[in-house]
Design a protein. Structure first.
Length: 268
C-alpha cells in the first residue's frame, strides 16, 4: 500500500514586486554598467522596461519579449565577473527595496517550521544571492546557458508560468512538501499555475488580472508597501554560516572587481 510521505510545508515566494519592490535583474543595471558589462544605451533600455513593468506589470507576451531581450543582452558576459558584481552590489541595490511585510512573513513561516522557497523567472546568478540574504531555504530560478565561462545568450531553463508550477511539484517530491498545506505568494497573473498548485495561494500587490482571479476564487489578497533596510534584521532570520557566506561572497566580489579594474570603468 502506497503511503504519501509529504508531511512538510513550504512557502513559495515570487521575488519581483512580491518580496522586493522592483525587478531583481534591473536592480543591478547600474552596477553592471559601472563594471563594464552594460552600455549606457543598455541601461536606458533596462530602465524604460522596468518603469513599464512597475507601472502596469507584464502579461505573457511582454514577459517573453523581456526574456529574449535580457538573454540577448548578457550574451558574451563573463560569468565570474557578473557574479562578482552581483555579490559586491547586493546590499546596496536590494536591501532598500525589500518589503517589510514580506520579511515578516518569511520570519513567520520559519518560526512555524516551514521551508521558504524563492521562485523567480530571473536568472540564478541574481536570485541565489538575494535568496541567501533573505534566509530562504531553496531557490527555483532561470538558468542561463554558458560556454567557456561566458553566457551564450540562450536559456537552459526558464522558470516562468506553468514551468514554475512544475518546479514546485518537483520540489514537493524532493523535499516531502504537502502542497495542500503549503503557501504561494505572487503579484502576477502569469503565476496563476503556481498559485493554483498550493492550498493557500496569496495574491500580493496583484496586477489587475490576478486581482480579478483572486477575488473570483476567494483567495487572500495582500498589499505590501513598506520597503525596509534588511541588514539589521539579518541575524534574526539567517544562520551565522549563511551570513558569513554572503559576506565572503561580497568580499570575493570586491577583490575580483579590483583585480579586473583595467577591463572596465573604475567602480570607486
Amino acid at each position: 500500500m502506497h503511503t504519501d510521505r509529504r508531511t512538510r510545508r513550504a512557502a513559495f515566494f515570487d521575488l519581483d514586486k512580491t518580496v522586493i519592490a522592483t525587478s531583481s535583474t534591473m536592480a543591478f543595471s547600474t552596477p553592471f554598467y559601472r563594471g563594464g558589462l552594460l552600455t549606457r544605451a543598455g541601461v536606458l533600455r533596462g530602465l524604460y522596461a522596468q518603469l513599464g513593468y512597475l507601472a502596469v506589470g507584464a502579461d505573457h507576451d511582454q514577459t517573453e519579449r523581456m526574456k529574449d531581450r535580457l538573454a540577448d543582452l548578457v550574451r558574451g558576459w563573463d560569468v565570474a565577473r557578473t557574479e562578482a558584481i552581483v555579490a559586491e552590489a547586493l546590499h546596496e541595490r536590494i536591501e532598500p527595496v525589500v518589503y517589510a511585510e514580506a520579511i515578516d512573513l518569511i520570519d513567520a513561516h520559519h518560526a512555524d517550521g516551514d521551508d521558504v522557497v524563492v521562485v523567480s523567472a530571473s536568472s540564478e546568478a541574481v536570485v541565489r544571492p538575494i535568496a541567501a540574504m533573505l534566509g530562504a531555504d531553496h531557490v527555483i530560478a532561470s538558468r542561463l546557458a554558458t560556454d567557456g565561462g561566458r553566457y551564450t545568450g540562450d536559456l537552459d531553463y526558464y522558470a516562468y508560468g506553468p514551468a514554475k508550477a512544475e518546479a514546485v511539484e518537483e520540489a514537493a517530491d524532493r523535499h516531502g512538501y504537502d502542497l495542500a498545506a503549503s503557501w504561494a505568494y505572487s503579484d502576477s497573473v502569469t503565476d496563476l499555475p503556481m498559485l493554483s498548485a498550493v492550498g493557500h495561494p496569496v495574491a500580493v500587490n496583484p496586477d489587475r488580472a490576478l486581482r480579478r482571479e483572486a477575488l473570483a476564487r476567494g483567495w487572500e489578497i495582500r498589499d505590501f508597501a513598506r520597503p525596509v533596510p534588511l541588514r539589521p534584521r539579518i541575524g534574526r532570520r539567517t544562520s551565522a554560516g549563511l551570513v558569513l557566506a554572503v559576506a565572503v561572497a561580497g568580499a570575493a566580489g570586491w577583490w575580483l572587481l579590483r583585480r579586473a579594474a583595467g577591463q572596465g570603468p573604475d567602480l570607486t
